[in-house]
Write a protein that binds this ligand. Sequence first.
Ligand SMILES: [Zn+2]
Length: 198
Amino acid sequence: MEIINKTNWRTSDLKKIITRAFAEDDKVEGKYLYRKYLVIKIFNATPWQKHFLEHFKKKGIPVPRERRAYTGRAFLGGYRMIMKLPSNEIDKRMLVKIFVHELTHIRGYRHSKMGYWLTDKEAGSWMDDDINYPVRQKEIKLKPKVDLQVKRYEHALAAVKDKKSKLKRLQNQIKKWTQKTRYYEHVLAANGKIKKED
Ligand SMILES: [Zn+2]
C-alpha cells in the first residue's frame, strides 16, 4: 500500500488510521490480498469557485467550509484510490467512511454493502481515540529568513576570495613566463641576437 499524501495532514497519522480501518474491514470482508499494490492518493478538497460563492450569497446560504470535502474515487476491482479531505479540520469518522467506501469498490462491490461495521461500537470505537489515532497538521518547516544585507556581505566575501585566487594564479603565471623570457634573453644575448640592456 502506497499513500501519496498531498494534504496538510501528517502522512503517518493518515496511514495509521487507514491501516486500522483496513484491518477492521478485512475482518468483515475477508483479507484483501492485493494490499501491497494499492495506491492511495489523498488531496486537499478544492476551494469553492467564484460562481458557487455568488450563488450562496444570493440565496443567503452560509458558505460551507470547503467544496466537496470527503470525496473519493476508485474503480471497481481496481488498485488506485483518490480521496479528498478538508484542509482545516477533519472528522476521522468521515475519513474512514470514505476510505472504506472506496475500498469496497476496490474489492469489486458496488453500493450494496459498505462498511456496516463502521457504526458497530466495538469495531468502530477506536476512531474516537484521539490519543492513539490523532490527525495532526503537518509540521511546517519554516525557512530561516535570510537577511538581505548579510546575504550581500557574504556575496562580497565570496567575490573577494574568488578574485584573490585568480590574482594568485595570474601572479604564478607571470612568474613562470618571466623566467622563460630571462632564459631566452640569456641565450639570445649570448648568440648576439639581442643586445642586453644595462
Ligand atoms: Zn461509491
